[in-house]
Design a protein around this ligand. Structure first.
Ligand code: GDP
Ligand code: IMO
Ligand code: MG
Length: 474
């Protein structure tokens, strides 16, 4: 089967001359056909390229219309993916964004951490009553995120006072800590023998009580509210056979020629290893996370698409080299026109100019075949649009694709900008690259050149259809 997904640029050098990009796209497609005998990509990964909220959910929903499986491989309810379909808004946190498509199966992989009551709330909001559990498969290896993980997250943040990370307080860090401590509770424990579930939950609670006395839940006793609720959810999950070994499930889908979309949550600069540590989330948000969080081997990932907002935003604390003051001027424009409020927490997102050195680093980590540029329409009305093109420290330019790992070093970075003239025309109805005003076209091509990666999709509004493909993309 397979989805006609756009471009692939394996082997493309760092700086692609953009007039040549379409030719490169054509050439690689031909190579791919020669080598594999297939015309299309089959396992496609969609990743956030900046600090999250780039619009990943919208692209996943769009492509899910032609895919068989959509699979989350990392994170939990810290994600907030907004879809707008026929004017109606949907917010996804734990559920993959293929849920609105009738023929798509949605998988939550082993790399995710799942607060089960939140999952059922989300299903209910979709209009799926607890008994229908449509099209959902959860890995038996995924970890169960407990109320105590949320309490510990809140407590650790409060303890840090002014130095807090600004987490979503959804228990993400503590749940992954339990996984790494090797006393976490997995879905296979939830679904298995009741005595085993009780024993594991009791041991975890005792560990938490010892190490986090300020946040720990009560000692587990019969009649415990969380345990009883988990038992009810277990019965519903069991009735529909939702919990499975997703390694064999996804492998069988790929072997049968089905198309699998791997949906990233959070984003490259929030990756536990590669992000602006410690101001990061606690999972692998980058391309490698697909392999560890879903059990798909790297050789089967055909295509990686990076989702890039036409400017930059960040929720929570941490460095942000191109940040603007959002009370005035362009920063205020981006925040207000872009409706930059967190989908999960409602917090105002910090806004700034697009950062090409960051995107080159993100591209180095993920090897994007192409980019989906989103929210280009939000730039309409700005007189000048700036692009951060280089990082310098004390007058010395840092190497391309180098992101200082040390926050003090990152704090010393000065950003060199290139300015582009803006446009005033409404672009929200543009259905092709040629429809864009000349200045918008120049901006898009300049970004491709600055990042060294072709753009395949451009978003000009929040709706499912507010997206066009670039010339040369099939
Ligand atoms: P995600 O977490 O990466 O899925 O992104 P979010 O859903 O948190 O944030 C992206 C926001 O931008 C959502 O409200 C989307 O509806 C909206 N959005 C996505 N693409 C576009 C676009 O091209 N233009 C505009 N104006 N809004 C967009
Ligand atoms: P989506 O998938 C934006 C940020 C939080 C905080 C840091 C750690 O919608 O792009 P955590 O709760 O994960 O321990 O918080 O990471 N963060 C996100 N910011 N979008 C997200 O997800 C995020 N997921 C986590 O704001 O700074
Ligand atoms: Mg989001």
């Amino acid at each position: 089967m397979g989805v006609l997904i756009g471009v692939t640029n394996r082997g493309l050098g760092v700086a692609c001359g953009l007039a040549a990009a379409a030719l490169v796209i054509q050439r690689i497609f031909r190579e791919r056909r020669d080598v594999t005998g297939r015309h299309t990509a089959q396992c496609i990964t969609i990743l956030g390229a900046q600090w999250g909220d780039e619009g990943k959910g919208k692209l996943v929903d769009l492509l899910a219309g032609r895919a068989d499986v959509v699979a989350r491989f990392n994170g939990g309810a810290n994600a907030g993916h907004t879809l707008v379909v026929d004017g109606k808004k949907y917010a996804f946190h734990l559920l993959p964004c293929g849920m609105l498509r009738a023929n798509t199966v949605n998988v939550i992989g082993n790399g995710a951490v799942v607060h089960v009551p939140t999952l059922f709330d989300e299903l209910a909001q979709l209009g799926a009553d607890g008994d229908s559990l449509p099209k959902l498969v959860i890995s038996s290896r995924a970890h169960v995120l407990l109320d105590s993980h949320k309490a510990i997250d809140g407590m650790l943040e409060a303890e840090k006072g002014g130095q807090s990370l600004g987490t979503t307080k959804r228990g993400i860090g503590p749940a992954y800590a339990s996984k790494a401590n090797r006393n976490g509770l997995r879905f296979c424990d939830l679904m298995g023998d009741d005595a085993n579930l009780v024993a594991k939950l009791r041991a975890l609670r005792e560990f938490q009580a010892l190490h986090y006395p300020g946040a720990s839940p009560a000692t587990l006793r019969e009649g415990d509210a969380e345990l009883n609720q988990l038992r009810l959810f277990r019965a519903r999950l069991a009735k529909f056979g939702v919990v499975k070994d997703t390694v064999t499930y996804v492998k069988a889908a790929l072997d049968a020629g089905k198309t699998v979309l791997a949906e990233g949550a959070n984003a490259a600069m929030l990756d536990l290893d590669f992000g602006t540590y410690p101001f990061v989330t606690s999972s692998a948000t980058t391309a490698g996370g697909v392999c560890t969080g879903l059990g798909v081997p790297p050789s089967r990932v055909d295509c990686v698409i990076g989702v890039v907002k036409a400017y930059a935003t960040r929720v929570g604390a941490g460095p942000f080299p191109t940040e603007l003051d959002c009370d005035v001027g362009a920063g205020n424009h981006l925040q207000e026109v872009g409706h930059e409020r967190g989908t999960t927490t409602g917090r105002k997102r910090r806004c700034g100019w697009i950062d090409a050195p960051l995107l080159r680093y993100s591209h180095a980590l993920n090897g994007y075949d192409s980019l989906n540029l989103t929210k280009l329409d939000v730039l309409t009305g700005l007189e000048t649009i700036r692009v951060g093109v280089e990082y310098t420290v004390r007058g010395k330019t840092l190497p391309p694709a180098y992101m200082p790992p040390d926050l003090d070093e990152l704090g010393d970075v000065e950003v060199v900008y290139e300015d582009f003239p803006g446009w005033t025309e409404d672009i929200s109805k543009c259905a092709s690259f040629e429809d864009l005003p000349a200045n918008a076209r120049t901006y898009v091509r300049a970004l491709e050149a600055a990042v060294g990666c072709p753009i395949s999709y451009v978003g000009v509004g929040p709706g499912r259809d507010d997206m066009f493909v670039m010339p040369g993309v099939h």
